[in-house]
Design a protein around this ligand. Structure first.
Ligand SMILES: Nc1ncnc2c1ncn2[C@@H]1O[C@H](COP(=O)(O)OP(=O)(O)OP(=O)(O)O)[C@@H](O)[C@H]1O
Length: 363
């Protein structure tokens, strides 16, 4: 088992800073997920790990061996990095059977027991009965299982996943992500997995890295990212769909007529933004003290509960969850659960400058 260290990695393409001084330490056996919107640098980082992309600056160490050091011009080629990779589009050889696809890298690496190993690994992903089938005779989910078996078979130092589930339907995605979690945990595999799917990221990650504009904005266990997002951007990207402006006034944040008390000592001053996950909002159908007045604009049943989009008097939009349907055209009152309300310096500052300044509001 091997860990992986990335030190101040940077990569620029023309005017785009695709990676901006990213540092990351992945422990042996750890499953790390990098989450971020399109263009945030996830693929560039993964490709740099695989040796498919060069770094302008920085160093990568895999299993104690430096495989890339831009300052020394050192670059170990991809085939010598002992990595396994699973891609979004499976990347299987169409003219080879499932077994042959899994066996090929083992044969290339001159493993004498390649046939037995390939068969055993296909069995681990539940495809031993389909060993003789060609990719076109397999479903998308089965093809991705073959690709997973191929990556696992060589017992790589580190397994890299490039959005492997994005081409599959919702049910298969859920099934396969569980299998990926179990297979990697069983084998103690060190893994780096990139995705822009929040649910997938939280499900799989031992630690979760959130990327934006080439930077790693937060790197922490998923519970911590959820409870204390480092920036307003992280809060928004991990489900805090509602934002409300306010101003720090003494020990409270004043949002129009509503006041949310901050814990002492409050570290924020001046204009702030409240980031609100749906579970921070409590809906009432009668007037309440210290409550926002809101109008529902859309209510959708999503299985087990309703998602309700509401517009506040200020025009700001928030999202709440509710056990029953809330009809359009009504008025409701919203109080906030202060323990779940996140407060950030106003986003007029770049979001990353607010790192460490989020504080849960208190009653
Ligand atoms: N070979 C390249 N030439 C020019 N620009 C590139 C190249 N590769 C990446 N970029 C740019 O670098 C930035 C980061 O791209 P990257 O593919 O790493 O992001 P990403 O987070 O993986 O996005 P996605 O989720 O859409 O794959 C983007 O602005 C992209 O356009």
């Amino acid at each position: 088992m091997s860990g992986l260290i990335i030190e101040v990695a940077s990569r620029r393409f023309g005017s785009v800073q695709a990676l901006d001084t990213v540092s990351l330490y992945v422990q042996a056996g750890e499953f790390v997920v990098l989450l971020g919107p399109s263009g945030s640098g996830k693929t560039t980082l993964l490709r740099a790990l695989a040796g498919l992309e060069t770094l302008d600056a920085g160093r990568i160490t895999l299993g104690g061996r430096v495989v890339e050091d831009a300052s020394r011009g050192l670059r170990v080629p991809p085939e010598e990095r002992r990595l396994g990779m699973v891609f979004q589009e499976y990347a299987l050889w169409p003219h080879l059977s499932a077994l042959e696809n899994v066996a090929l890298p083992l044969r290339e690496a001159r493993h004498r027991d390649w046939r037995e190993r390939a068969r055993r690994t296909l069995e681990r992903v539940g495809l031993d009965a389909h060993a003789a089938r060609f990719p076109f005779e397999l479903s998308g989910g089965q093809q991705q299982r073959v690709a997973l078996a191929r990556a696992l078979a060589g017992e790589p130092e580190v397994l890299l996943f490039d959005e492997p589930l994005s081409n599959l339907d919702a049910q298969l995605r859920d099934e396969l992500r569980l299998e990926i979690a179990q297979l990697t945990r069983e084998g103690g595999v060190t893994a780096v997995y990139i995705t822009h799917d929040q649910a997938e990221a939280f499900f799989l990650a031992d630690r979760l890295g959130v990327m934006r504009a080439g930077q790693l904005v937060q790197f922490a266990p998923p519970e911590e990212v959820y409870a204390a997002p480092a920036t307003l951007f992280v809060a928004g990207f991990t489900g805090a769909a509602g934002q409300v402006s306010g101003v720090v006034d003494g020990g409270a944040v004043r949002c129009g007529t509503v006041s949310v008390t901050l814990p002492a000592p409050a570290r924020l001053q001046g204009p702030v933004r409240l980031a609100l996950r749906p579970d921070a909002l409590i809906l009432h159908d009668t007037p309440q003290p210290n409550a926002f007045t809101a109008r529902p604009v859309h209510c959708a049943y999503v299985g087990g509960f309703f998602q309700v989009w509401l517009t506040l008097d200020s025009g700001e939009r928030v999202l709440a969850h509710c056990p029953h349907r809330v009809p359009d055209g009504t008025v409701v009152w919203i109080t906030l659960d202060p323990q779940r309300t996140l407060v950030y310096a106003d986003a007029a500052l770049p979001a990353e400058q607010t790192v460490g300044q989020s504080v849960p509001a208190a009653r």
